[in-house]
Design a protein around this ligand. Structure first.
Ligand code: GH3
Ligand code: MG
Ligand code: MG
Ligand code: MG
Ligand code: MG
Length: 300
Protein backbone atom coordinates (compact mmCIF):
# COMPACT_ATOMS: atom_id res chain seq x y z
CA UNK A 1 0.00 0.00 0.00
CA UNK A 2 1.22 3.48 -0.88
CA UNK A 3 1.54 6.06 1.86
CA UNK A 4 2.31 9.76 1.82
CA UNK A 5 4.50 11.29 4.52
CA UNK A 6 4.40 15.08 4.78
CA UNK A 7 7.12 16.21 7.19
CA UNK A 8 9.34 19.28 6.98
CA UNK A 9 12.02 18.06 9.36
CA UNK A 10 14.56 16.12 7.21
CA UNK A 11 15.82 13.65 9.84
CA UNK A 12 12.38 12.69 10.98
CA UNK A 13 11.21 12.44 7.37
CA UNK A 14 14.06 10.04 6.65
CA UNK A 15 13.40 8.01 9.80
CA UNK A 16 9.71 7.67 8.92
CA UNK A 17 10.60 6.65 5.41
CA UNK A 18 12.96 3.93 6.63
CA UNK A 19 10.46 2.58 9.17
CA UNK A 20 7.50 2.55 6.81
CA UNK A 21 9.49 0.98 4.02
CA UNK A 22 10.61 -1.74 6.44
CA UNK A 23 6.95 -2.32 7.37
CA UNK A 24 6.15 -2.94 3.73
CA UNK A 25 4.70 0.39 2.64
CA UNK A 26 5.44 2.10 -0.62
CA UNK A 27 6.48 5.54 0.62
CA UNK A 28 6.03 8.92 -1.06
CA UNK A 29 7.48 11.93 0.75
CA UNK A 30 6.53 15.59 0.78
CA UNK A 31 8.71 18.25 2.42
CA UNK A 32 5.85 20.63 3.16
CA UNK A 33 2.09 21.09 2.93
CA UNK A 34 2.16 22.44 -0.61
CA UNK A 35 4.01 19.41 -1.90
CA UNK A 36 1.63 17.11 -0.05
CA UNK A 37 -1.38 18.86 -1.55
CA UNK A 38 0.12 18.65 -5.06
CA UNK A 39 0.69 14.92 -4.68
CA UNK A 40 -2.85 14.43 -3.41
CA UNK A 41 -4.23 16.31 -6.43
CA UNK A 42 -2.39 13.99 -8.82
CA UNK A 43 -3.68 10.90 -10.51
CA UNK A 44 -4.33 7.90 -8.25
CA UNK A 45 -3.15 9.62 -5.05
CA UNK A 46 -2.06 7.64 -1.96
CA UNK A 47 -4.97 6.78 0.32
CA UNK A 48 -3.01 6.70 3.55
CA UNK A 49 -1.40 9.96 4.71
CA UNK A 50 0.78 10.95 7.64
CA UNK A 51 0.65 14.71 8.09
CA UNK A 52 2.96 16.77 10.22
CA UNK A 53 1.04 19.69 11.69
CA UNK A 54 3.61 22.51 11.76
CA UNK A 55 5.15 23.00 8.34
CA UNK A 56 6.12 26.13 6.39
CA UNK A 57 3.51 27.43 3.97
CA UNK A 58 0.35 25.35 4.04
CA UNK A 59 0.40 23.48 7.33
CA UNK A 60 -0.83 19.96 8.00
CA UNK A 61 -4.07 21.08 9.56
CA UNK A 62 -4.96 23.04 6.42
CA UNK A 63 -4.04 20.14 4.15
CA UNK A 64 -6.30 17.97 6.25
CA UNK A 65 -9.17 20.47 5.98
CA UNK A 66 -8.68 20.76 2.22
CA UNK A 67 -8.78 16.99 1.76
CA UNK A 68 -12.06 16.81 3.66
CA UNK A 69 -13.54 19.85 1.92
CA UNK A 70 -12.80 18.28 -1.47
CA UNK A 71 -14.73 15.23 -0.22
CA UNK A 72 -13.12 13.08 -2.89
CA UNK A 73 -13.73 9.43 -3.33
CA UNK A 74 -12.03 7.15 -2.51
CA UNK A 75 -11.48 8.16 1.09
CA UNK A 76 -8.10 9.40 2.33
CA UNK A 77 -7.13 8.12 5.77
CA UNK A 78 -5.19 10.80 7.64
CA UNK A 79 -2.93 10.45 10.64
CA UNK A 80 -1.75 13.73 12.16
CA UNK A 81 1.74 13.38 13.58
CA UNK A 82 2.72 16.35 15.65
CA UNK A 83 4.52 17.73 18.63
CA UNK A 84 1.53 19.86 19.49
CA UNK A 85 0.30 18.17 22.59
CA UNK A 86 -1.96 20.46 24.45
CA UNK A 87 -5.23 18.73 25.15
CA UNK A 88 -7.19 20.87 22.69
CA UNK A 89 -4.84 20.11 19.81
CA UNK A 90 -6.10 16.58 19.46
CA UNK A 91 -9.66 17.89 19.28
CA UNK A 92 -8.70 20.56 16.74
CA UNK A 93 -6.81 18.04 14.62
CA UNK A 94 -9.58 15.52 14.58
CA UNK A 95 -12.21 18.18 14.00
CA UNK A 96 -10.24 19.21 10.92
CA UNK A 97 -10.83 15.69 9.64
CA UNK A 98 -7.88 13.65 10.89
CA UNK A 99 -8.73 10.01 11.56
CA UNK A 100 -5.98 9.54 14.09
CA UNK A 101 -3.51 11.63 16.01
CA UNK A 102 -0.02 10.74 17.20
CA UNK A 103 2.33 12.97 19.17
CA UNK A 104 6.07 13.25 18.72
CA UNK A 105 8.31 11.65 19.72
CA UNK A 106 6.30 8.70 18.48
CA UNK A 107 6.62 5.11 19.60
CA UNK A 108 7.45 2.94 16.60
CA UNK A 109 5.17 0.11 17.56
CA UNK A 110 2.31 2.47 18.16
CA UNK A 111 2.69 4.10 14.76
CA UNK A 112 2.89 0.66 13.21
CA UNK A 113 -0.38 -0.60 14.66
CA UNK A 114 -2.19 2.68 14.03
CA UNK A 115 -1.13 2.47 10.40
CA UNK A 116 -2.48 -1.06 10.24
CA UNK A 117 -5.81 0.24 11.55
CA UNK A 118 -5.83 2.88 8.82
CA UNK A 119 -4.94 0.29 6.23
CA UNK A 120 -7.93 -1.82 7.32
CA UNK A 121 -10.26 1.15 6.74
CA UNK A 122 -8.78 1.77 3.29
CA UNK A 123 -9.07 -1.90 2.36
CA UNK A 124 -12.62 -2.07 3.63
CA UNK A 125 -13.56 0.86 1.44
CA UNK A 126 -11.84 -0.77 -1.53
CA UNK A 127 -14.08 -3.79 -1.06
CA UNK A 128 -17.19 -1.61 -0.80
CA UNK A 129 -16.25 0.31 -3.93
CA UNK A 130 -15.62 -2.92 -5.84
CA UNK A 131 -18.97 -4.30 -4.68
CA UNK A 132 -20.75 -1.13 -5.71
CA UNK A 133 -19.07 -1.23 -9.11
CA UNK A 134 -20.10 -4.87 -9.56
CA UNK A 135 -23.70 -4.02 -8.65
CA UNK A 136 -23.73 -1.13 -11.09
CA UNK A 137 -22.39 -3.36 -13.85
CA UNK A 138 -24.99 -6.00 -13.08
CA UNK A 139 -27.76 -3.40 -13.11
CA UNK A 140 -26.78 -1.98 -16.49
CA UNK A 141 -25.32 -4.88 -18.48
CA UNK A 142 -26.61 -8.04 -20.03
CA UNK A 143 -24.73 -10.89 -18.34
CA UNK A 144 -24.56 -13.14 -21.40
CA UNK A 145 -23.19 -10.73 -23.99
CA UNK A 146 -21.82 -7.94 -21.81
CA UNK A 147 -23.83 -5.41 -23.87
CA UNK A 148 -26.01 -2.71 -22.29
CA UNK A 149 -29.23 -4.25 -21.03
CA UNK A 150 -32.80 -3.31 -21.97
CA UNK A 151 -33.23 -0.61 -19.33
CA UNK A 152 -29.86 1.00 -19.86
CA UNK A 153 -30.01 1.13 -23.65
CA UNK A 154 -33.37 2.92 -23.35
CA UNK A 155 -31.85 5.35 -20.85
CA UNK A 156 -29.14 6.15 -23.36
CA UNK A 157 -31.72 6.57 -26.11
CA UNK A 158 -33.61 9.11 -23.98
CA UNK A 159 -30.39 11.04 -23.39
CA UNK A 160 -29.30 10.90 -27.02
CA UNK A 161 -32.71 12.02 -28.30
CA UNK A 162 -32.67 15.03 -25.98
CA UNK A 163 -29.09 15.84 -26.98
CA UNK A 164 -29.92 15.51 -30.68
CA UNK A 165 -32.79 17.99 -30.27
CA UNK A 166 -30.63 20.44 -28.35
CA UNK A 167 -27.74 20.29 -30.77
CA UNK A 168 -29.89 19.90 -33.89
CA UNK A 169 -28.06 16.72 -34.85
CA UNK A 170 -29.66 13.57 -36.20
CA UNK A 171 -29.72 10.30 -34.29
CA UNK A 172 -30.56 6.90 -35.73
CA UNK A 173 -31.40 3.58 -34.17
CA UNK A 174 -31.30 0.03 -35.49
CA UNK A 175 -33.43 -2.78 -34.15
CA UNK A 176 -31.90 -6.12 -35.19
CA UNK A 177 -33.42 -9.58 -34.74
CA UNK A 178 -31.85 -12.93 -35.53
CA UNK A 179 -33.63 -14.85 -38.25
CA UNK A 180 -35.20 -18.19 -37.33
CA UNK A 181 -33.15 -18.30 -34.18
CA UNK A 182 -35.49 -20.88 -32.70
CA UNK A 183 -34.28 -23.30 -35.35
CA UNK A 184 -30.66 -22.73 -34.33
CA UNK A 185 -31.53 -23.58 -30.75
CA UNK A 186 -33.57 -26.58 -31.88
CA UNK A 187 -30.86 -28.02 -34.11
CA UNK A 188 -27.71 -27.10 -32.17
CA UNK A 189 -28.86 -26.65 -28.58
CA UNK A 190 -29.27 -23.61 -26.35
CA UNK A 191 -25.58 -23.41 -25.49
CA UNK A 192 -24.69 -23.08 -29.15
CA UNK A 193 -27.49 -20.50 -29.38
CA UNK A 194 -25.95 -18.56 -26.50
CA UNK A 195 -22.53 -18.66 -28.16
CA UNK A 196 -24.07 -17.33 -31.36
CA UNK A 197 -25.65 -14.43 -29.44
CA UNK A 198 -22.25 -13.56 -27.93
CA UNK A 199 -20.53 -13.76 -31.28
CA UNK A 200 -23.18 -11.52 -32.86
CA UNK A 201 -22.66 -9.01 -30.06
CA UNK A 202 -18.91 -8.96 -30.74
CA UNK A 203 -19.41 -8.56 -34.46
CA UNK A 204 -21.76 -5.65 -33.88
CA UNK A 205 -19.33 -3.95 -31.52
CA UNK A 206 -16.52 -4.39 -34.02
CA UNK A 207 -18.48 -2.53 -36.71
CA UNK A 208 -19.93 0.42 -34.83
CA UNK A 209 -18.08 3.61 -33.86
CA UNK A 210 -16.71 3.99 -30.34
CA UNK A 211 -19.47 6.42 -29.34
CA UNK A 212 -22.35 4.25 -30.57
CA UNK A 213 -24.34 2.18 -28.08
CA UNK A 214 -25.13 -1.49 -28.58
CA UNK A 215 -27.69 -3.10 -26.29
CA UNK A 216 -29.43 -6.42 -25.94
CA UNK A 217 -33.04 -5.32 -26.14
CA UNK A 218 -34.50 -8.77 -25.55
CA UNK A 219 -33.79 -12.46 -26.19
CA UNK A 220 -32.37 -12.35 -29.71
CA UNK A 221 -33.04 -8.68 -30.38
CA UNK A 222 -30.44 -5.95 -30.34
CA UNK A 223 -30.89 -2.19 -30.24
CA UNK A 224 -28.13 0.04 -31.57
CA UNK A 225 -28.05 3.81 -31.04
CA UNK A 226 -26.08 5.90 -33.52
CA UNK A 227 -25.62 9.49 -32.34
CA UNK A 228 -24.96 12.10 -35.02
CA UNK A 229 -26.03 9.70 -37.75
CA UNK A 230 -28.80 10.38 -40.28
CA UNK A 231 -31.18 7.93 -41.95
CA UNK A 232 -28.91 7.36 -44.92
CA UNK A 233 -25.82 6.58 -42.85
CA UNK A 234 -27.94 4.48 -40.49
CA UNK A 235 -29.16 2.34 -43.39
CA UNK A 236 -25.59 1.95 -44.67
CA UNK A 237 -24.37 0.71 -41.29
CA UNK A 238 -27.36 -1.62 -40.94
CA UNK A 239 -26.52 -3.12 -44.32
CA UNK A 240 -22.87 -3.55 -43.32
CA UNK A 241 -23.97 -5.38 -40.18
CA UNK A 242 -26.30 -7.60 -42.16
CA UNK A 243 -23.64 -8.45 -44.76
CA UNK A 244 -20.94 -9.04 -42.13
CA UNK A 245 -23.08 -11.49 -40.18
CA UNK A 246 -24.27 -13.22 -43.34
CA UNK A 247 -20.72 -13.51 -44.70
CA UNK A 248 -19.50 -16.34 -42.50
CA UNK A 249 -21.21 -18.88 -40.29
CA UNK A 250 -20.44 -19.34 -36.62
CA UNK A 251 -17.90 -22.01 -35.80
CA UNK A 252 -19.30 -25.05 -34.01
CA UNK A 253 -18.07 -28.64 -33.54
CA UNK A 254 -20.48 -29.73 -36.26
CA UNK A 255 -19.23 -27.12 -38.69
CA UNK A 256 -20.25 -23.52 -39.29
CA UNK A 257 -23.80 -22.51 -38.32
CA UNK A 258 -25.27 -20.09 -40.85
CA UNK A 259 -26.88 -17.06 -39.16
CA UNK A 260 -28.64 -14.07 -40.65
CA UNK A 261 -30.30 -11.03 -39.13
CA UNK A 262 -33.06 -8.64 -40.12
CA UNK A 263 -32.80 -4.97 -39.24
CA UNK A 264 -35.14 -2.01 -38.96
CA UNK A 265 -33.84 1.56 -38.96
CA UNK A 266 -35.49 4.71 -37.57
CA UNK A 267 -33.92 8.17 -37.71
CA UNK A 268 -34.70 11.55 -36.23
CA UNK A 269 -34.10 13.40 -39.49
CA UNK A 270 -36.96 11.71 -41.32
CA UNK A 271 -39.52 12.05 -38.51
CA UNK A 272 -39.47 13.72 -35.11
CA UNK A 273 -39.73 11.32 -32.20
CA UNK A 274 -41.11 12.71 -28.99
CA UNK A 275 -39.76 9.88 -26.86
CA UNK A 276 -37.68 6.70 -27.03
CA UNK A 277 -40.74 4.43 -27.05
CA UNK A 278 -42.21 5.83 -30.26
CA UNK A 279 -38.83 5.75 -31.96
CA UNK A 280 -38.27 2.14 -30.92
CA UNK A 281 -41.81 1.41 -32.15
CA UNK A 282 -40.88 2.82 -35.56
CA UNK A 283 -37.69 0.73 -35.74
CA UNK A 284 -39.76 -2.29 -34.70
CA UNK A 285 -42.22 -1.69 -37.53
CA UNK A 286 -39.34 -1.40 -40.00
CA UNK A 287 -37.92 -4.66 -38.61
CA UNK A 288 -41.29 -6.31 -39.13
CA UNK A 289 -41.22 -5.21 -42.77
CA UNK A 290 -37.72 -6.68 -43.14
CA UNK A 291 -39.04 -10.00 -41.78
CA UNK A 292 -42.07 -9.87 -44.06
CA UNK A 293 -39.85 -9.04 -47.00
CA UNK A 294 -38.00 -12.33 -46.61
CA UNK A 295 -35.53 -11.77 -43.70
CA UNK A 296 -31.75 -11.19 -43.99
CA UNK A 297 -32.44 -7.60 -45.03
CA UNK A 298 -32.69 -3.99 -43.89
CA UNK A 299 -35.88 -1.91 -43.88
CA UNK A 300 -36.30 1.78 -43.06
P1 GH3 B 1 -37.86 -14.79 -36.63
O1 GH3 B 1 -36.98 -14.90 -37.81
O2 GH3 B 1 -39.28 -14.55 -36.96
O3 GH3 B 1 -37.36 -13.80 -35.66
O4 GH3 B 1 -37.79 -16.23 -35.92
P2 GH3 B 1 -37.16 -16.62 -34.54
O5 GH3 B 1 -37.15 -18.07 -34.43
O6 GH3 B 1 -35.85 -15.93 -34.39
O7 GH3 B 1 -38.14 -15.91 -33.53
P3 GH3 B 1 -38.96 -16.44 -32.32
O8 GH3 B 1 -39.45 -15.19 -31.65
O9 GH3 B 1 -39.96 -17.43 -32.75
O10 GH3 B 1 -37.91 -17.17 -31.41
C1 GH3 B 1 -36.91 -16.51 -30.76
C2 GH3 B 1 -36.02 -17.53 -30.12
O11 GH3 B 1 -34.91 -16.95 -29.44
C3 GH3 B 1 -36.78 -18.36 -29.11
C4 GH3 B 1 -35.92 -18.29 -27.89
O12 GH3 B 1 -35.77 -19.54 -27.27
C5 GH3 B 1 -34.60 -17.81 -28.39
N1 GH3 B 1 -33.87 -17.09 -27.37
C6 GH3 B 1 -34.20 -15.95 -26.71
N2 GH3 B 1 -33.26 -15.64 -25.80
C7 GH3 B 1 -32.30 -16.59 -25.88
C8 GH3 B 1 -31.08 -16.81 -25.16
O13 GH3 B 1 -30.67 -16.07 -24.29
N3 GH3 B 1 -30.35 -17.90 -25.50
C9 GH3 B 1 -30.76 -18.77 -26.48
N4 GH3 B 1 -30.00 -19.80 -26.76
N5 GH3 B 1 -31.92 -18.59 -27.14
C10 GH3 B 1 -32.68 -17.51 -26.85
MG1 MG C 1 7.01 20.30 11.26
MG1 MG D 1 -37.41 -11.75 -31.72
MG1 MG E 1 -35.78 -13.80 -34.37
MG1 MG F 1 -40.26 -13.74 -34.03
Amino acid sequence: MRILIAEDEPNLRQLLKVCLTAWGYDVIVARNGNEAWQILQGEDPPRLVILDWVMPGVNGLEVCQRIRAAGQEPYTYIIMLTSQQREDDLVTGMEAGADDYITKPFKHNELKVRLRAGQRIVELQNELLAAREALRTRATHDPLTGLWNHGEILNFLGQELAKAQREKQPVSIIMADLDHFKRINDSHGHQAGDAVLCAIARRMLSLVRTYDFVGRYGGEEFLIILPDCDAKQGAILAERLRAHIDSEGFASPEGPIPVTISLGVASSDTASWADPDTMVGAADKALYRAKQGGRNRVAI
